[in-house]
Design a protein around this ligand. Sequence first.
Ligand SMILES: C[S@@+](CC[C@H](N)C(=O)[O-])C[C@H]1O[C@@H](n2cnc3c(N)ncnc32)[C@H](O)[C@@H]1O
Length: 261
Amino acid sequence: MWIVSEKSSFRRIFSFEAVSWIDGTITLSATKFNIMAFNFDNIASSYDRLNHLMTWGIDRSWRRKAVAVVADSKNPCRYLDIATGTGDLALDILHRAHPQSSLVGVDLSEPMMQIAKEKLKGLPAEFSVADAEALPFAEGEFDCVTVSFGVRNFVHVDKCLREMNRVLKSGGRLMILELSYPDNAVLLALYKIYALRIIPILGSLFAGNRKAYEYLPHSILHFPKPDKFIPMLKQAGFVNVTHESFTFGTCRLYVAQKNAE
Ligand SMILES: C[S@@+](CC[C@H](N)C(=O)[O-])C[C@H]1O[C@@H](n2cnc3c(N)ncnc32)[C@H](O)[C@@H]1O
């Protein structure tokens, strides 16, 4: 059963236990408490602060490492940053990119992008509200597509990956940075305590929104690990897929290329 509430932070709520991944699509079978299509509007103003707090500031270095892999300082590029949020990744990209590069940021949440617009004032960046499932761009418009900490929130990940592939130029690069969990059983047990018990408390104390930060660890724990996610990238038309883990596997970087014709 679906509980739909546009007023709350969650547009659709359903059982945590019911979630499973089949070919990149979240499927559900029972009710209880889980969230699909979480609405970031309500946490926009505290998002950056909480992000840095919960990751102990390490999120900055994850973004920097990811940007170092895809930002091209020698050639002007057109970047698309999907789920751009408050624009931290977009900002890092434009700082490292060729000065004649440009960037388009898209997100479902206008309040998140308001913060991005402020941060990137004066830089060659534009922002628009758009859904990763149906990007309002022509085929082959971008040299590079990036997504940081966005993909696990997408409802139909396979559809979004195909859209990313469509808007990339032939040979263009995709970079996905996403939160994950450790492979090691002991570290995983500790991680679960932190993510499932401590993070919601931090969310409640510092963002006044416990529910939002109950959603976060579940969205991480339900997102496919590399053994499942890499085949999904290939299925969507990407080649030369590489994967790197940061900080005991709590963050993963995927880089891939659109098949050159
Ligand atoms: C955790 S934030 C990540 C923001 C930013 N990329 C960063 O590195 O901090 C996830 C963002 O994904 C956006 N989002 C979720 N589903 C989306 C979709 N289908 N299309 C576009 N943006 C989406 C949310 O609105 C939110 O701003």
